[in-house]
Design a protein around this ligand. Structure first.
Ligand SMILES: O=C(O)CCC(=O)C(=O)O
Length: 337
């Protein structure tokens, strides 16, 4: 097995990022980042949700929620309603670095958002996307429905309660794993966000049920698993990092929680949560809105890296070391008494 091929071995890594260390700006756009990033995931025949050749045929997906879509008023009202978070759910998030919450989004809201997202993704990427990972970010700036969810108190206040601080939005994201697309590599978001805080959390909001063959988010359970991965180096061209994480976790008996999502379930994972995602072995795109929030007052780290992707678009004008607060980062969630 070749562990460290030459940088040019990955054609999707922009040429400008092939030399030097990781401390440099990503030279492409957000979609190019995702196209490259999923090439860093191993997709072996032994993986449950692999994506190479000779695989079993794709199975039918679950479809969209079988309800009428919410109208604007009902959607806004549902997203303004506080979610009753139990103390043990907050404790589970802090101990395990993630929590999956049932019933955060009513099925009619999911249906409406899913239909809107379909329009937005097709407008951006067209219809010829089989096998790809297509993304769209900062939708909230232009689309009222996407704004209603990304800036909602319901989601924002959950994020606040989990991290224990008022939170600002970093960015929203539509993540569409098209039929046949392979795995998302193991990672934790602290290595991606250029934020000098661990009080950051991503709400992963699937736009349908996500059964196992479709690729639900899988979480390694543990508050801080970095010591288990001590000495591993990020591999910008191949799958060695992803493979090594799998091996280290198995050797250390780290539990990986890999369960299906029901309609309306939303998971929240913290900056130190190691996670991966299986391939999509269904005929339906696996779509989720993934919106990240971080503690008000946080600064940008002194040395962002190319893994931070197009972070300057999410924090326009903010330089390394400065406070991460622009008009694109309103406070969305507040700590409640
Ligand atoms: O949806 C995916 O496949 C990846 C999502 C992810 O890694 C994240 O939201 O942090």
């Amino acid at each position: 097995m070749v562990l460290n091929p030459a940088p040019e071995a990955n054609a999707l890594l922009p040429e400008q990022n092939r030399e030097g260390g990781l401390t440099q700006d990503w030279a492409g756009n957000d979609q190019q980042w995702w196209d490259w990033y999923v090439t860093l995931a191993a997709n072996d025949a032994s993986d449950a949700n692999d994506a190479g050749a000779d695989r079993a045929p794709l199975v039918e997906g679950p479809g969209l929620p079988d309800v009428a879509p919410a109208d604007d008023e009902a959607l806004v009202a549902a997203l303004a309603e506080p979610y009753v978070l139990r103390d043990e759910q907050v404790a589970a998030f802090r101990a395990e670095s993630f929590v999956k919450l049932p019933g955060v989004l009513p099925p009619a809201v999911v249906r409406r958002l899913a239909e809107r997202l379909d329009v937005l993704l097709r407008a951006e990427h067209g219809n010829d996307t089989a096998g790809r990972f297509t993304a769209l970010e900062q939708m909230w700036r232009a689309d009222p429905l996407m704004r209603a969810v990304a800036l909602s108190r319901r989601i924002g206040d959950i994020a606040s309660a989990l991290v224990g601080a008022d939170v600002r939005i970093y960015h929203d994201n539509a993540l569409s794993k098209e039929p046949g697309c392979g795995r998302t590599p193991w990672h934790h978001d602290a290595e991606h966000f250029p934020l000098a805080t661990l009080k950051a959390v991503t709400a992963w909001m699937p736009m349908s049920a996500v059964p196992t063959p479709m690729g639900p988010l899988s979480f390694a359970q543990g508050e801080d698993l970095r010591p288990v991965l001590d000495g591993l180096h990020f591999d910008r061209v191949g799958t060695s990092y992803d493979r090594a994480v799998t091996e280290r976790f198995a050797a250390a008996h780290v539990r990986v929680v890999d369960s299906a999502y029901g309609v309306g379930d939303v998971s929240f994972h913290g900056a130190l949560c190691f996670h991966t995602v299986g391939g999509n072995r269904t005929t339906q795109p696996r779509r989720a809105l993934a919106t990240t929030y971080y503690a008000d007052g946080a600064r940008v780290v002194d040395s962002p890296t190319l893994i931070s992707g197009t972070w300057r678009e999410f924090l326009p004008g903010v330089q390394p070391g400065e406070v991460a607060a622009t008009e694109l980062n309103p406070v969305v969630g507040r700590l409640l008494d």
